[in-house]
Design a protein around this ligand. Structure first.
Ligand SMILES: Nc1ncnc2c1ncn2[C@@H]1O[C@H](COP(=O)(O)OP(=O)(O)O)[C@@H](O)[C@H]1O
Ligand SMILES: [Mg+2]
Length: 276
């Protein structure tokens, strides 16, 4: 359920995705029913191959679906959506443009006036600690800085919805920890609706208002857990008993699926509980 007072932004009704492959049809996802409120940070949490990326692509209008409907702001998603921002696991920056130029690429590609967005781009970059780096090129940046640039690029055109597909997944553990903090900061500042895909349990707890737990493929919603922890989720919050209880609760769900178990075995998924 969407929290009382939140206006619905995304409505997913009975959505199902079946890929056609040479080996035959692959039922990747669904049926899924999910409603996401405006300004919510919602994580899709599940093991590899359960259809998380598929769901994100469907919401973005980048894939066709077999059954059901997806609405954004009351409009049926039947083509690629333009009023969204997307962040992938890799930053996908243009090598020959500096940081500011990469953020503004979003604006230029949309045929908007670059001059109108320079100030905003600088503000976004400042909020993620990149104020001093706007003239640097991607090769001069660390992976974390590149991904921060990608966050800014996904927000510069002020989309109501941002889709993030494991955006911290390729970073080392310490950078990842920092980027979680930066991402929450950015979200608190912009109050966008975020649909965030992850396979990390602690990450989902740290960032989300709600965690939507997926079953193994075909991905269906096993549970939706509301995370009632104060924000910003400081180190004190992360070390609290309540935080650990949420981690425990989510871990138990995956243990029940047989995806996690106590002994290291063939289907032990380290990436779900720890830092990669
Ligand atoms: N284009 C495709 N054609 C056939 N099968 C696909 C395609 N894309 C994804 N799949 C399959 O669908 C399932 C879900 O994929 P995906 O959404 O990428 O999972 P996740 O993001 O949770 O790891 C996987 O089993 C994957 O192999
Ligand atoms: Mg994926």
């Amino acid at each position: 359920m969407v929290e009382v007072g939140l206006r619905e932004l995304i409505e997913i009704k009975g959505v199902k995705k079946i890929y056609q492959s040479k080996a035959g049809p692959i039922h990747a996802l669904g049926p899924i029913d999910l409603t996401i409120g405006e300004g919510e940070f919602v994580s899709i949490l599940g093991p590899s191959g359960c259809g998380k990326s598929t769901l994100l692509l469907l919401v973005g209008g980048l894939l066709e679906y077999e059954a059901g409907q997806i609405y954004i702001n009351g409009h049926l998603v039947d083509k690629p959506q333009t009023e969204i921002g997307i962040v992938f696991q890799t930053p996908v920056l243009v090598d020959w443009r500096d940081v500011l130029g990469n953020v503004l690429l979003q604006i230029e590609m949309r045929g908007l006036r670059k001059q109108d967005y320079i100030e905003k781009a600088r503000n976004l970059l400042r909020s993620v600690g990149l104020a001093e780096f706007e003239r640097r090129y991607p090769f001069e940046l660390s992976g974390g800085m590149q991904q921060r640039t990608a966050f800014c690029r996904a927000l510069i055109h002020d989309p109501p919805l941002v889709l993030m597909d494991e955006p911290l997944g390729a970073l080392d553990a310490i950078t990842r920890e920092q980027l979680r903090v930066d991402l929450e900061q950015l979200w608190l500042l912009t109050k966008k609706t975020v649909l965030f895909v992850t396979h990390s349990i602690p990450e989902s707890v740290q960032l989300s208002d709600r965690v939507v737990v997926f079953t193994p493929r075909p991905g269906q919603i096993a549970e939706v857990i509301e995370i009632n922890l104060p924000r910003p989720r400081t180190i004190a919050v992360r070390e609290s008993t309540e935080f650990q209880q949420y981690v425990h609760q989510l871990t138990s769900i995956f243990m029940n699926f047989g995806i996690l178990r106590d002994m290291v075995g063939s289907n032990y998924q380290k990436s779900m509980v720890g830092e990669e």
